[in-house]
Design a protein around this ligand. Sequence first.
Ligand code: PLP
Length: 416
Amino acid sequence: MLNHLAAAVDSDPRFSGIAHLRASTRYYDAVIDEIDGRRIRVGEHWLTDWASCNYLGFDLEPQIIDSVEGELRRWGTHPSWSRMLGNPALYPRIEERLADLLGAPDTLVLPTITQIHLSVIPILAQQGTLLVDARAHKTIWDGCVHARGLGATLKRFKTLDELASLLATDLPGPVLVCMDGVNSMTGNIPRIGRYLDLCRSHGAVLYVDDAHGFGVIGSRSEEETSPYGTGGDSIVRHFGESYDDVVLVGGFSKAYSSLLAFLAVPTVLKNRLKAAAAPYLYSGPSPTASLATVLAGFDVNAERGDKLRADLYRMSTRVLQHVRGLGVFTPNTDDTPIIELPIALDRDLVEVSELLWRRGLFVTLAPYPGVPRDQVGFRVQVTAANTDAQIDELNAVISELAAAEVFQSARETSAS
Ligand SMILES: Cc1ncc(COP(=O)(O)O)c(C=O)c1O
């Protein structure tokens, strides 16, 4: 029976693309035997890691690594109470520092964003309406589908105009508009001021997941070291918006290299969620090491974050300018470190992946349905821990693949 179920999963169109890649490429379930900065060894093969979301390089930062042992000795490896029962004093310290950094009224931290979407979206949506950006992260979608099962109405929108039309109709309230901040595949930064204006004028709430923006983009200022802005205080601040009618969700598992996630919400809502959100009430919490590295990450961010972001911007734009100079299409128009490179429509992703492996690049493959069919390809991410020599190597491989017509051309795509 279980074999039968496994076969059914394999042939389910939602999973078959990934199942095929898992069976035919070396980019799934890779066992990494050793790392050396952003070089990784898989068996005999040393590859450069372009799949890391550790944008600020905090995973390798000695000051952060050194912060762990003292907290482990103080608190043990794992505070194994649910947060409802008891919280090591590290928790309120994190929530206060985070609220301060974001300039938000208050924050609530839970282990992962996935848990937040699955538990909090249904609580907020009640029997009202969820309007979801068609390109929102799968974990947002899953939270919305769960909410639909509990009685909410769910609709998707593709453009701001579509959202405006939906909001102009008679919708059961409350209305929640759900979307990504910095998009995890295109790397683009939605102009959330426009979404917010629409939400506010229709009495809706904007629920935005800035997993990839937190730590990378922040408040614009005359002192900024790059167009990413300062402080890494995320998308709401990046556009100088207030937190009125916004639920900002973010995570530490990318730029801060720690297993923890957050919601920025007013204290009154935080207290309601403490009585209603299953991960607060019933889940095991993040391990002590992650709580320690979040706190040390705040220190490093305050001391050197803008310098790291300047490096990140400089290296990301080195790749992007190279890509654009070759006339290769990437959806990234906002110069963030997430660079998706769709392959030509007549190319096979498995063959391209084999070439990438032989050239020593560890990347994230981007199959359908994770991306639209015409954007199947792969994604590279730059981090502050990459070196200029690695960027040179990456650019050389991109040139080689462009010469072999592996990519879509920028002109073709913009004309289509
Ligand atoms: C936009 C976005 N949201 C949520 C997640 C999941 O985050 P977590 O690992 O904290 O559940 C990811 C992870 O890739 C993501 O890119």
